[in-house]
Write a protein that binds this ligand. Structure first.
Ligand code: PLP
Length: 436
């Protein structure tokens, strides 16, 4: 998209946004609307909390004075009394640690989903040509945000335990040797059941990753953006403390490294779209200034609805029910993978303890991209769609694998999950047979 039909030349930010994966994916979704979709990253329709939102809204609006206050603008970071409720929520997640319980409210910002915090923090931190180190694969929409701010995105070796601290250390050493260390501003990690691969950073790696970042922050500050979007969607596996909990400013000359991004989109409702950020002290002003320019406060009504269900305890009950439903879907997808893919040579997949995705690798000869024979066959003959894995790596990275898929179990019911996996296996077998 360089020039439109009317001769309008969009500005650089818009031109960069036009080449992003999310746009291609939405387009493909529209073009293949007759397919069963393992691509959509949407949450489960059946468990969305209609009654809870109705009850909370009715309560909030029952009193006219309270209703009018809520239907007015809030404040840029969200009103203090609401942030205090969200701090209690954080304290609950963080096992009532002193760090969470006593967190200054000024460090909490209520945002429009966590996506807004990812964008604002990136605008506050990156100048053109600065470097962000990311897990490989990673959340592709954030790769677009990084492109938008002109950051240079470098992948770091990642396995089923998350980003490798040794690989991060080696990458930072290499960048230091190349005289590029001063440009490294951030490490981005989706720490729980990530999008796209369902991988969590292991408990053993969390403090080590923190140490590596501290070690290389000698002369300038390197942040960790901890994206904990799927923190609450955990079905089994060990409890995992946040990376944020290891960010001990007291033992680090008052310096904080972690920006924590949380959201109620996955655990409650993306339509309500409330996110919560925790910012290191020195980022409060720049991020607030940017948010002031953008919207001077996220939707006040939504923030009040979430605060209300948190206070009533109905949020917690809702999440408990949600986990049961997602666990059934996750198990349905894993069972279908076993049933339909285990007899195909060179196919493997990861078993996630939470989140919404199963990550599958095919033999190297079978590419999965939008222009691949597999995508064509799956969408036009077998009528099933997935997210090509290559979207989840920086596009400039020449070695990025092209034989992987993100399969989402969030939207479909267990029967349709099985049916779509059956169709996908048929597509893979057909392409494999043609290659043989
Ligand atoms: C890893 C990750 N981070 C952040 C988001 C943003 O979600 P929201 O803005 O609704 O909180 C998503 C949404 O899919 C995600 O997968």
């Amino acid at each position: 998209m360089n020039t439109t039909a009317t001769g309008f030349q969009p500005a650089i930010m818009a031109r960069r946004a036009s080449e992003q994966a999310i746009g291609f994916l939405i387009q493909q979704g529209l073009e293949n609307a007759d397919c069963l979709s393992l691509a959509a990253g949407f949450v489960d329709l059946q468990t969305l909390p209609v009654q809870l939102v109705k009850d909370a809204s009715a309560k909030l609006l029952a009193d006219a004075a309270c209703g009018k206050r809520i239907l007015q603008y809030g404040t840029t970071a969200g009103p203090e009394e609401l942030r205090s409720v969200f701090r209690d929520y954080l304290a609950e997640l963080e096992d009532h640690s002193d760090k969470a319980t006593n967190l200054p409210l000024g460090q909490i910002m209520l945002t429009t989903g966590s996506q807004q915090l990812l964008a604002l923090a990136s605008q506050a931190i990156f100048d053109e040509g600065d470097i962000c180190l990311v897990a490989a694969p990673t959340y592709f929409v954030y790769l677009g945000v990084l492109d938008g701010v002109g950051a240079n995105t470098i992948p770091v070796k990642t396995d089923s335990d998350g980003m490798c601290p040794e690989a991060l250390d080696a990458m930072l050493q290499q960048l230091a040797d190349d005289g590029q260390l001063h440009k490294v501003k951030m490490v981005y990690v989706v720490s729980y059941h990530d999008n796209p691969a369902g991988i969590s950073l292991s408990n053993e790696r969390r403090p080590r990753l923190m140490e590596v970042v501290k070690k290389w922050s000698r002369d300038h500050h390197i942040y960790i953006l901890e994206d904990a979007a799927y923190r609450e969607l955990q079905y089994d596996g060990p409890d995992m403390p946040s990376l944020w909990s290891f960010d001990d400013a007291a033992s680090n000359g008052g310096r904080e490294h972690v920006i924590l991004a949380l959201t109620f989109s996955k655990s409650f409702s993306p339509g309500v779209r409330v996110g919560m950020g925790v910012l290191p002290q020195e980022l409060i002003k720049p991020v607030s200034d940017l948010k002031g320019n953008e919207d001077f406060g996220s939707t006040h009504l939504s923030q009040n609805i979430v605060a209300e269900v948190l206070k009533q305890g109905t949020y917690r009950t809702h999440v408990t029910g949600l986990l049961k439903s997602y666990q059934l879907k996750r198990d349905a997808m894993l069972a279908a993978a076993e049933e339909f893919f285990s007899d195909i040579d060179g196919v493997s997949w990861l078993r996630p303890n939470g989140g919404l995705y199963v990550w599958m690798s095919l033999p190297e000869s079978i590419e999965t991209g939008f222009k691949s024979a597999l995508f064509e066959r799956a969408t036009s003959v077998d009528k099933v769609m997935y997210v090509p894995g290559e979207l989840c790596y920086p596009s400039a990275w020449k070695e990025r694998p092209k034989n992987q898929m993100r399969l989402s179990f969030g939207v479909l019911n267990p029967e349709d999950i099985r049916e779509s996996m059956k169709r996908l296996a048929a597509a893979v077998k057909s392409v494999a047979a043609k290659q043989a």
